[in-house]
Design a protein around this ligand. Structure first.
Ligand code: FAD
Length: 473
């Protein structure tokens, strides 16, 4: 294309954006505007991209004109909910960002235990709205995360064993497709689209509303943490593995290896933190299970007791401030024998404050009871899901700390089961994202997702995600 052609295209895009502006309830920000840098920023500070324009939606009605403009101009479209995607899918260089983060309404239907959530709501918005009614939706563990991206990819947290993933609790969604159709998706209506939305990321349209099933969770909830010093990790992890076998599904647990920030007053050494949340109404059976674990591997420090759910859900927020640089990888596995424990403890001993950490999510329970083909989420049979992450502030550390996650991932490969959780995947610069998506979902689910993509987004308008590439016949 000649310079004159480029200028012509740029002029047309500029005009299309000017025409879009008055159609919006929200605002449109371009380079040079005072709010541009704030508008373009996503959670991961390593993703420093300059979109052609960012639309901060002021109403769900803003979705249609933005899709019209993306189609008309050919600008690459990024859809953003909470902006927490580590791979940076909520933004795009030179393209158009539809930021739904201002739409944070949550409605609770107490009688039917249903919660309807706007696409920019954070986990905190939902927890705060439901807690007063003695209800909770199964979500993730850091409260500023967006419900939208969390749900479309999976949603692992403190209620995974008792209630499954966030997407397992999705009852219906309102979707605006690539062609501007407004569809209701549920088990009864557009069931194949509903299947694909639950795990297939944002590949099929913009979800303008999510309705979830909530569980009764009368406060306070029984929760706690056992803390172990490095010399105790093998013994404690082994005891955890025995304890975790056959646990009732009300007992949710996550094991973390982490250096706690100074405000926790736990010193500068790394800890193994065995966290648990009992989702049962009666605390006694939960306390008895915790006592069994205490007897098997007495913790060096502990905090156990009734706790406010909203506080519990945001207890770790300060570890993960917006603008941190982030990269992570995940592995599903089921063995927790001596050989695997040696490998885990080997790389866990490298974790540093504001650097790296490791979470082992205990799955099974309601998560594992979901048939493998009921949703597009890969792998329901793994007992554990390992998330190795690096979150740091200094750009000079990018290579070293990303490499920590890559090495840990490689060391776990002999024990890895199929599937990758797309929400726990960082940006693989220079890698083929489609191949990454195929590996993540596995061939059967991936091919089914391609068929859905052919039907709802044959021109791949929604491609800033772990992309399912359409392959029309
Ligand atoms: P965004 O970056 O806004 O969006 C993520 C993806 O979803 C993008 O591809 C985007 O295009 C698409 N998308 C967003 N909104 C819509 C919409 N309305 N319609 C269609 N597509 C849309 N995951 C867990 O499972 N459990 C956790 O406990 C957890 N904790 C986390 C803590 C931190 C600090 C971070 C950074 C991430 C965490 N995650 C967790 C991962 C999280 O699930 C993903 O990062 C997820 O993508 C975040 O969703 P978002 O809406 O904030 O992200």
């Amino acid at each position: 294309m000649s310079t004159a052609d480029h200028e012509g295209v740029d002029h047309q895009i500029g005009r299309a954006l000017q025409e879009l502006r008055p159609r919006l309830v929200g605002d449109l920000t371009e380079p040079g505007d005072p709010s541009y840098d704030e508008a373009r920023a996503v959670w991961n500070g390593m993703i420093d991209l300059r979109p052609r324009a960012v639309v901060r939606a002021g109403a769900v009605a803003d979705i249609d004109p933005v899709l019209d403009t993306a189609r008309a101009t050919g600008l690459a479209l990024a859809v953003r909910g909470g902006g927490h995607n580590i791979a940076g899918h909520g933004t795009v260089a030179g393209g158009l960002v539809l930021d739904l983060g201002g739409l944070r309404g949550v409605q609770v239907d107490v009688k039917h235990q249903l919660v309807t959530v706007e696409p920019g709501a954070t986990l905190a918005d939902v927890d705060r709205a439901t807690a007063g009614h003695g209800l909770a939706v199964a979500l993730g563990v850091i409260s500023q995360t967006g419900v939208a991206g969390l749900t479309l990819g999976g949603g692992v947290g403190w209620l995974t064993r008792s209630n499954g993933l966030t997407l397992d609790n999705l009852v219906s969604a309102e979707v605006v497709t690539a062609t501007g159709e407004h569809l209701h998706a549920s088990e009864q209506e557009n069931p194949e689209l509903f299947w694909g939305l639950r795990g297939g990321g944002g590949n099929f349209g913009v979800v303008s509303s999510f309705t979830f099933r909530a569980r009764r969770l009368p406060g306070p909830v029984l929760g706690g943490n056992f803390f172990y010093r490095p010399g105790r990790w093998k013994e404690a992890l082994s005891a955890f593995g025995r304890w975790a076998s056959g646990l009732p599904e009300e007992m949710n647990s996550i094991v973390s290896f982490i250096v706690l920030p100074p405000d926790f007053e736990m010193g500068a050494e790394p800890w193994m933190v065995l966290g648990f949340a009992w989702a049962g109404e009666d605390h006694q059976p939960g306390l008895a299970l915790i006592e069994q674990l205490r007897a098997a591997a007495p913790p060096d420090e502990e905090e156990v007791g009734p706790t406010d759910w909203v506080q519990w859900q945001s207890a770790m927020d300060s570890l993960f401030p917006k603008g941190s640089r982030g990269y992570w990888k995940n592995v599903s596995f089921s063995r927790l024998d001596e050989e695997v424990i040696d490998v885990l403890v080997g790389f866990a001993s490298e974790v540093t404050w504001s650097g790296t950490g490791i979470d082992i999510h205990h799955m099974e329970g309601a998560f594992g009871q979901m048939p493998e083909d009921a949703t597009a989420f890969p792998n329901r049979s793994a007992k554990y899901w390992l998330n190795v992450y690096g979150f740091w502030q200094d750009a000079a550390e990018d290579e070293r700390l990303s490499d920590f996650a890559r090495r840990a991932y490689a060391l776990m490969q002999p024990f890895a089961e199929h599937g990758q959780y797309v929400n726990f995947l960082g940006a693989e610069i220079g890698h083929d994202l489609t191949e990454a998506a195929r590996q993540a979902y596995g061939p059967v689910t991936y091919d089914r997702l391609v068929a859905l993509k052919n039907r709802y987004d044959p021109h791949n308008l929604f491609r800033l995600n772990h992309n399912i590439v359409p392959a029309p016949a």
